[in-house]
Ligand binder design. Structure first.
Ligand code: NAD
Length: 484
């Protein structure tokens, strides 16, 4: 099998990169190399910026209703190619095929939500702010925006941004994760057929050289970053130095608190999906299970039973619940976390290491894993594991749970499971995480709501999706008018 180097998409054309350096793309279930990503050079990235810049004036003056008609057509084409898109996603990322379907539903929802832009982008006005003088706000696009995407949701994450960015009249550059470029290639192949005007939407593959060029160019206006907090903080600082708008969605450690009055029958499946969905590689994945008071024993027993039944395998096979980790390096990192749990004194109740998946000896598999007797100072209680591991801690009450949540530097999401409205209300009022689940294990906002995040999980002020996205991608220009 010949392994192709994926192409950039610049100014409505597929362009071969001249980069000397490439990175292998693997099928994580088999360990096979399925493509190569070019580490695009500064010159190539500048070409994309120039194309987006050249397309801007014409595109911004295209009526909003016409602009969103393109989004509608892309949406329809994504629906028509749904299963193809889904398969490509699982092939490069590993997640179970049904999880890829879920990811593409969310992708399409973002396109659908962005088609409301003709209404969402309307400004506002006041007559007679002084006698005979009127004032209005018009929401204008700014120019060339770009995103830098992570490896865990290669189909969906860029659509948190570009449908809104181009919907309001900006032009755009997508920089996919070099680990999983194929989902974006597939999407751009579909978008190419739609006849979107040249230069409105471009894609450049690569790593830090491409990203630094995008930030440093005087012809870009803003960045949306999704990835680790370490890299996000670096890039946030840099965008500040270059006077760019930025929204940075970083890492997470999400605590799920189960109160003594929780309905365990209904809670267990939600917990399992939260910790093991996408093999734990979700910024909204459960990070630590906090069992309050005497729910601890029955909860522990039931979750171990449920985890034992959770199936691991090649995500492409229907019915498999959990696929492999997305990369060998990712798997090694999770194995190190498991070792740290053992070394630091946690009790391993269920060990997913060395799981055998018949027919796939070279896949990056780790099965469901559970640690008990976890204490707050342990590495697995504090850091983002990004793998299928449940650390369980017993706490005495809600106050202790909240204290533990607040001691962690992240603030992406958290959940409480309870049958008390009062407890739920207290929880949502007090807890400093951007997304809160009440009897919901994965508090993932739909496209009409902002994907929130606090503390080290989010830098910036306006979030992606919905009305926040429209604000991020527009300038509120004030016009004050007097006629003599
Ligand atoms: P990462 O930070 O390693 O990479 C993210 C992107 O940054 C990639 O496109 C990569 O090419 C680029 N990059 C990496 N180093 C760079 C550098 N020095 N200079 C410029 N660009 C650089 O993250 P990842 O491993 O791909 O993604 C996993 C992380 O993403 C997890 O921490 C997860 O929680 C987080 N995430 C957060 C959200 C959210 O909404 N908060 C959503 C998905 C993933």
């Amino acid at each position: 099998m010949t392994v192709e180097v994926v192409k950039n998409y610049i100014n409505g054309k597929w362009v071969e990169s001249k980069a000397k350096e490439t990175r292998d793309v693997f099928n994580p279930a088999t360990g096979e190399v399925i493509a190569k990503t070019p580490m695009s050079t500064k010159e190539e990235t500048l070409e994309a910026i120039n194309a987006a810049k050249a397309a801007f004036e014409r595109w911004r003056s295209t009526p909003a209703l016409t602009r969103v008609r393109y989004l509608n057509r892309i949406r329809d084409a994504f629906e028509e190619n749904f299963e193809d898109l889904v398969k490509t996603l699982t092939m490069e990322q590993g997640k179970a095929i049904d999880e890829s379907r879920g990811e593409y539903r969310r992708t399409i929802e973002n396109l659908e939500c962005a088609t409301s832009i003709p209404s969402l982008q309307m400004g506002y006005n006041s007559e007679d702010i002084s006698a005979g003088i009127d004032e209005m706000v018009i929401k204008q696009p700014l120019g060339v925006f770009f995103c830098v995407a992570p490896f865990n949701f290669p189909g969906m994450v860029p659509t948190w941004f570009w449908p809104f960015a181009i919907g309001v009249g900006n032009t755009y550059i997508v920089k996919p994760s070099e680990q999983v470029p194929l989902s974006q290639v597939k999407q751009f192949e579909i978008i190419h057929e739609i006849g979107l005007p040249r230069g409105v939407l471009n894609m450049v593959h690569g790593g830090s050289e491409a990203v630094n060029t995008l930030i440093e160019s005087p012809d870009t206006v803003g960045m949306s970053f999704v990835g680790s907090s370490r890299v996000g903080k670096l890039l946030f600082k840099k965008t500040g130095e270059y006077g760019k708008r930025a929204q940075v969605q970083g890492g997470a450690k999400n605590f799920l608190t189960v109160m003594p009055d929780a309905d365990l029958e209904k809670t267990i499946p939600a917990l399992i999906t939260s910790f093991y969905g996408c093999a734990g590689q979700r910024c909204l994945a459960g990070g630590v299970l906090l069992a309050v008071g005497d729910i601890y024993e029955p909860l522990k027993e039931m979750i171990v039973e449920a985890a034992k039944k959770y199936t691991t395998g090649n995500g492409l096979e229907e019915g498999v619940q959990m696929g492999p980790l997305a990369s060998n390096a990712g798997m090694d990192k999770v194995l190190k976390f498991i070792q740290s749990g053992i070394d630091e004194g946690a009790e391993l109740l269920l060990d997913g290491r060395g799981i055998e998946v018949p027919g796939y000896p070279d896949g990056y598999f780790i099965g469901p894993t559970i640690f008990d007797k976890v204490t707050r100072d342990m590495t697995i209680a504090k850091e983002e594991i990004f793998g299928p591991v449940i650390p369980i801690m017993q706490v005495k009450d809600l106050d202790e749970a909240i204290e533990i949540i607040h001691a962690n530097p992240y603030g992406n999401a958290s959940s409480v499971f309870t049958s008390s409205g009062k407890t739920a209300r207290d929880y949502q009022y007090r807890v400093k995480t951007g997304n809160i689940g009440i009897n919901v294990g994965v508090a993932a906002p739909v496209a009409t709501f902002p994907f929130s995040g606090m503390k080290d999980s989010f830098l910036g002020d306006l979030h992606d999706q919905g009305r926040d996205a429209v604000e991020f991608f527009t300038e509120n220009k004030v016009v004050i008018t007097r006629w003599f």
